[in-house]
Every structure is written in C-alpha cells, then in structure tokens.
Design a protein around this ligand. Structure first.
Ligand code: 5GP
Ligand code: ZN
Length: 120
C-alpha cells in the first residue's frame, strides 16, 4: 500500500467508494465523475503506478483485469452494444491517479476521437 495513494485508501476501505466487484487481487468501483452512464474503474489491489511499471510477473494479473472487465460488461449489459476500455499512462494521457486502473465505459454511443476516461 502507498500511503499517499487515493486508490490504495479506497481498496483499504479508508475512503468510501461504490464497489461493484471484489476478489483477492482486483476491485472495481464506480468512477466518482462518470463520463458515461456506466463508468467503472477496474483496479488491482497491488499498487502499480502506471502501465510502464508492470513487472514480468504482473502479466497474469493484466489478463485477469480484462477478464473482470468482460464479466462486468456482461453484468452491466454493455456486452451487446459495446463499450470502451481505457488505460491512461502518464502526463500526456492525463493520468490523474497513479495507481493502475482500467476505465470501463458504456451505456451510450461514445465519441470516436476522444478515447480518454474523462469528458467523452
Ligand atoms: P485517470 O487517472 O485515468 O485520468 O483517471 C482517474 C479517474 O479516477 C477519474 O476518472 C476520476 O474521476 C476518478 N477518481 C478520482 N478520485 C476518485 C475517488 O476518490 N473515487 C472514485 N470513485 N473515483 C475517483
Ligand atoms: Zn495505490
């Protein structure tokens, strides 16, 4: 756990969030500023700052994160119409929270030219 990390605090239940999924490695909760009718954040419990900080032994975790996205897409009825999955990495992508997370967005047609987790 990184003491300065807002997502570590959410995972540790020190801060509130609207959780939609939890297991031993992964949690998912609703984005506090949703950019789409469904906007979930799928987050490893392990503190990994950015996609560039992945280690070789995180490969299976990345696979599992996508599996959880898939399950949540079905649970939130996005699987038929489609959805967007975004990872912002670093400053130019506008990454705000430096704890790796996947944005899962859907529930309406999303703009094609903005693939970011905010303001789509
Ligand atoms: P990124 O780092 O990829 O730009 O996005 C971080 C996302 O986390 C943003 O969409 C923002 O709305 C969301 N976020 C930031 N702080 C909180 C929080 O305290 N709770 C929740 N549920 N979402 C947050
Ligand atoms: Zn963290």
């Amino acid at each position: 756990m990184d003491d300065d990390c807002i997502f570590c605090k959410i995972i540790a239940k020190e801060l509130e969030a609207d959780f939609v999924y939890e297991d031993s490695e992964i949690v998912a909760f609703k984005d506090i500023h949703p950019a789409a009718p469904v906007h979930l954040l799928v987050v490893p419990r392990k503190h990994i700052s950015t996609l560039m900080d992945l280690q070789d032994d995180d490969v299976s975790l990345m696979g599992r994160l996508h599996g959880v996205v898939n399950d949540l897409a079905r649970a939130f009825k996005l699987d038929k119409k489609g959805f967007r999955v975004v990872i912002n990495c670093g400053k130019d992508a506008g990454q705000v929270v430096y704890h790796l997370h996947l944005h899962l967005m859907g529930g309406r047609p999303l703009l094609r030219d903005i693939a970011k987790g905010q303001g789509t």
